[in-house]
Design a protein around this ligand. Structure first.
Ligand code: URP
Ligand code: ZN
Ligand code: ZN
Length: 488
C-alpha cells in the first residue's frame, strides 16, 4: 500500500532559504511530507546526486498576445508552456493585453479561451492597461482584481500603449485602493521619438539604430519619474526589464529610502549587447527589444543588481516573433528599426543560463537563484506559498536538475515556435531533466508527458508586497499631504 502518489528520493533540495537532502512525498498534487526515508510512493523518482528546486515562476512573458500594431506572437499557450517546462519553469504569468477601446473584462475572457485548452503548466494573468477609461478604472479593474488578476503593467512608451502621468496616477491610486501590484515599462517616449526621427531623417534605418534611439538616459529619467509618482501616492511599484545602471541606481536609491520599489532584469541584459544588433542586412532585428541590450558595463551593473537586492525578479520578457514575414520582417525584408517588432525569445533558457553563468561562476548562490527565478515572483504576484517554494502544503512544482549536464543552446533543441534564438551556440552547464507540475511529470529526460490543456488557471491573491508603506514616513504620507479623502 503506497503512502504517496509520488516520492522524489534523496535529492539535494534548495529553496530561497534552505538546503536539505531528503525525500519529498507528494499526494493529490501537493507536497505532503519532507523527510528522510519516507514510505513508498505509487511512483518513485531517484534524485540522488541531483539538485531539486522549486519550479520556476516566469512572471514576464508575452504569449498569444496581439501587439498594438496587430502582430501575433509566434508562441501560443501550448508552445510557450511546453518551452517553459523544458527549461524548468512550472508557472507562467503572461499578460492579458488591453488595446485602446477594448473592454478589459472581454480581453481576459479572450485570453482564457486561448490558454485553457493549450497550457501544459499552470498560469495566471497580469493585465496590460492601455486605456484607463472611467469604466475600466471604476468598474472593470476593481472587479478583476477581486477575481484574481492582481497585477498590471502600464507603459510610458509605445504610441498605442502609453499612458500619460495623469493616467498613471489614476492607475496608481486604484492599485493602492484595491490592492494590486503595478508593473511599469519605463522609458522616455518623447526622447525615443525625437532621436528616432532624427536618425531616420539622416537615413539611419538599420536595426542597430534601435539601440541608439532608446537611450540610457531616457530609461533612467522615466524610471526616476515613475518612482517619484508612486512615492507621491505611496504605492509600491515594480520596474520591469531594467537594462541600465542609470535605472538600477534609481531603484536602489528608492529602496535605500525605504520605499517599496522593486526591480526586474532579464537574460538579454546579462548576455547580449547593442553590438548584437549590428549584423549584416536585417539580421540585427532578431535582437531588437525594448529597452535594448547595452554594453559590457551595463551587463556588470545588472549582475550587481541581482546580487545586491536591487532586482527581486529575473524574467525572460519572452516576446517571440519569428525572423520572417509573420514577425520581425512583417514590414518587408529591410525594415527600418522603427518597423521591427520589439522582443526576444528566452522562456526556455532563462533558468539554465542564469544557473550556468550565475551560480556556477559564484556570482549568485543557489538561494538567490531560487528567489530570483521563482519565490520572489510568487510573492510579488500573490501566488506564494502555493507556488515558488518546496514546502509542505505547496503545489508539487519541482524541477530536478542535472548540474553537470552540458548543453549547447540552439534553435533545434528549444521547444518554442520562434525559429531562432539570440543565444545560438552558447554553452550552459546544468539543466533541469525532470519537471513536475502539481505532482504530474511534465518533462522527463527530453520527453513531454502531459496533454495540452492540463495546466490550470491560478487566481492571484492581493500581494502583501503591494500594500502601501503606510505612515512609516510622515513626510511621504499622501493621506497627510492631500487628505485621506483624495485617495478613496
Ligand atoms: O521589446 C520588448 N520587451 N517587447 C515586449 C513588450 C514589452 O515592452 O515588454
Ligand atoms: Zn515592456
Ligand atoms: Zn515584456
Amino acid at each position: 500500500m503506497a503512502d504517496f502518489d509520488l516520492v522524489v528520493r534523496n535529492g539535494n533540495i534548495a529553496t530561497a532559504t534552505d538546503l536539505m537532502t531528503c525525500d519529498i512525498g507528494i499526494r493529490d498534487g501537493r507536497i505532503a511530507a519532507l523527510a528522510d526515508r519516507l514510505g513508498p510512493g505509487r511512483r518513485e523518482i531517484d534524485a540522488d546526486g541531483k539538485l531539486v528546486l522549486p519550479g520556476g515562476v516566469e512572471s514576464h512573458c508575452h504569449v498569444e498576445q496581439m501587439s498594438a500594431a496587430g502582430l501575433m506572437t509566434a508562441d501560443d499557450f501550448y508552445s510557450a508552456s511546453v518551452s517553459a517546462a523544458f527549461g524548468g519553469t512550472t508557472t507562467i504569468i503572461p499578460f492579458a493585453a488591453q488595446h485602446k477601446g477594448q473592454s478589459l473584462r472581454q480581453v481576459v475572457r479572450d485570453y482564457h479561451e486561448c490558454a485553457g485548452p493549450k497550457a501544459v503548466i499552470d498560469y495566471a494573468f497580469h493585465l496590460i492597461v492601455s486605456d484607463p477609461t472611467e469604466q475600466v478604472l471604476g468598474q472593470e479593474l476593481p472587479a478583476l482584481i477581486r477575481d484574481g488578476y492582481t497585477s498590471f503593467k502600464v507603459y510610458t512608451t509605445y504610441d498605442l500603449l502609453k499612458v500619460d502621468d495623469y493616467q498613471f496616477l489614476d492607475i496608481l491610486a486604484l492599485a493602492r485602493r484595491e490592492g494590486a501590484m503595478v508593473m511599469v515599462h519605463a522609458e522616455n517616449h518623447e526622447a525615443i521619438r525625437w532621436i528616432s526621427d532624427r536618425l531616420l531623417q539622416k537615413g539611419h534605418r538599420e536595426p542597430k539604430y534601435h539601440a541608439v534611439s532608446h537611450s540610457r538616459i531616457g530609461e533612467g529619467e522615466a524610471t526616476h519619474r515613475v518612482i517619484e509618482l508612486a512615492t507621491l501616492l505611496d504605492v509600491p511599484l515594480l520596474i520591469v526589464h531594467v537594462s541600465t545602471e542609470e535605472a538600477a541606481s534609481q531603484i536602489k536609491a528608492a529602496q535605500t529610502r525605504g520605499l517599496k520599489i522593486y526591480g526586474e532584469t532579464c537574460p538579454q541584459y546579462l548576455f547580449l549587447t547593442a553590438d548584437d544588433l549590428d549584423l549584416p542586412g536585417s539580421e540585427g532585428a532578431k535582437f531588437c527589444c525594448s529597452p535594448p541590450p547595452r554594453d559590457a558595463a551595463a551587463q556588470e551593473a545588472m549582475w550587481l543588481g541581482l546580487r545586491n537586492g536591487t532586482f527581486q525578479v529575473f524574467s525572460s520578457d519572452h516576446a517571440p516573433y519569428r525572423y520572417d514575414e509573420t514577425g520581425k520582417l512583417s514590414k518587408g525584408p529591410n525594415p527600418s528599426f522603427k518597423e521591427v517588432a520589439n522582443g526576444v525569445p528566452g522562456i526556455e533558457i532563462r533558468l539554465p543560463l542564469l544557473y550556468s553563468e550565475g551560480v556556477r561562476t559564484g556570482r549568485l548562490d543557489i538561494h538567490e537563484f531560487v528567489a530570483l527565478t521563482a519565490t520572489n515572483a510568487a510573492r510579488l504576484y500573490g501566488l506564494f506559498p502555493r507556488k515558488g517554494t518546496i514546502a509542505v502544503g505547496s503545489d508539487a512544482d519541482i524541477a530536478i536538475w542535472d548540474t553537470e549536464k552540458e548543453v549547447t543552446i540552439g534553435t533545434e533543441m528549444l521547444h518554442d515556435n520562434v525559429g531562432y534564438t539570440p543565444y545560438e551556440g552558447r554553452r550552459a552547464t546544468g539543466w533541469p531533466v525532470t519537471v513536475l507540475s502539481r505532482g504530474r511529470v511534465v518533462v522527463d529526460d527530453g520527453d513531454l508527458l502531459v496533454e495540452r490543456g492540463s495546466g490550470e488557471f491560478l487566481p492571484c491573491d492581493t500581494p502583501e508586497l503591494a500594500k502601501p508603506l503606510g505612515r512609516t514616513s510622515p513626510e511621504l504620507d499622501p493621506a497627510r499631504n492631500f487628505g485621506a479623502d483624495l485617495l478613496r
